[in-house]
Every structure is written in C-alpha cells, then in structure tokens.
Design a protein around this ligand. Structure first.
Ligand code: HEM
Length: 123
C-alpha cells in the first residue's frame, strides 16, 4: 500500500506545480474557448489514459519532458518538470494519480524508474 504521507505529498506537489505553471502564464492571453471547450485540454487528470497503464513510464515521460505538438502543427502543450521536480516529488505525484483515479494495482519502484528514464533521456 502507498503510504498516506506519500499520497498527500503527491497531491501537494501536484497543486504546487500547477500553481507555479499558472503564474508563469499570467502574461499570456487566456486561451479562447471553442464551442465551450478550451482546445486540447481535459477536465480532469483522470482522463489521461497513461494513469491506467500497467506501469508508470508514460506518466513519468510526460511529467519529465512535457508535451508539445509536432513541429509546424497545432496541439496540446504541457510544460516539462524535469528541472523543477525531484524524482521523489514526481514519484509521489504518480502514486497519487494512480491511487486517486485508477483501480489498477499499485505501481512498483516508481522512483527508480524515474531515475532510469532521466538517465536514458538526458543528452
Ligand atoms: C497523467 C499524466 C499526464 C498527462 C498524459 C498529461 C498531458 C497533458 C496534456 C495533453 C496537456 C495539454 C492540455 C490538457 O490536456 O489539459 C497538459 C497540460 C498541462 N499539464 Fe499535464 N499531463 C499529465 C500530468 C501532469 C502533471 C502530473 C502535472 C503537474 C506536475 C501536469 C501539468 C500540466 C500543466 C501545468 C498543463 C497546462 C499547460 C498550459 O496551460 O500551458 N500534467 N498535460
């Protein structure tokens, strides 16, 4: 079982990361809703299929590297958190998202997997 403290820590870092990111957006124009929807957004993190996967690799990749559309196209944008969150913080967030939204089994060794993916993706 994930420790309650780990899940609380994950929830905490998630709201801090979102708040920090929102504050850096303040000088940008708000996104214009199209037919009532903000383009490319989901209303809940629980709608991301990566949370339901058997292992946390996709969640780790998007948090470390962010999301950007292919060159020359329009699409979803998410900031990268590799330089702002530690392995432990990302592990807590992943554990929190898994426990909060998925009925799948607990992901194991999340922090070690983050360290491994950092090593394999850093230049
Ligand atoms: C389940 C894993 C995740 C996936 C697949 C994912 C994917 C995405 C995608 C596709 C977007 C574009 C709009 C949207 O769908 O809302 C986005 C936006 C965003 N995500 Fe994530 N995300 C994930 C988890 C996280 C986490 C854990 C954080 C915080 C640490 C985060 C922070 C953000 C922020 C701040 C934006 C808005 C960017 C902006 O408004 O410019 N995401 N994400």
């Amino acid at each position: 079982m994930y420790a309650q403290s780990q899940l609380m820590s994950g929830q905490h870092w998630l709201s801090r990361a979102k708040a920090k990111s929102a504050s850096t957006r303040s000088n940008r124009k708000p996104l214009k809703p199209i037919r009532g929807h903000v383009p490319f957004t989901v209303t809940s993190l629980g709608q991301h299929t990566s949370i339901y996967a058997p292992d946390p690799r996709n969640v780790i990749h998007v948090v470390l590297e962010g999301v950007r559309p292919p060159e020359g196209t329009v699409g979803a944008v998410m900031p990268a958190f590799a330089d702002t969150l530690s392995d432990a913080q990302i592990a807590d967030i992943a554990a929190y998202l898994r426990a909060r939204f998925s009925r799948g089994g607990e992901w194991q060794n999340i922090e070690a997997e983050i360290a491994r993916l950092r090593r394999s993706t850093s230049p």
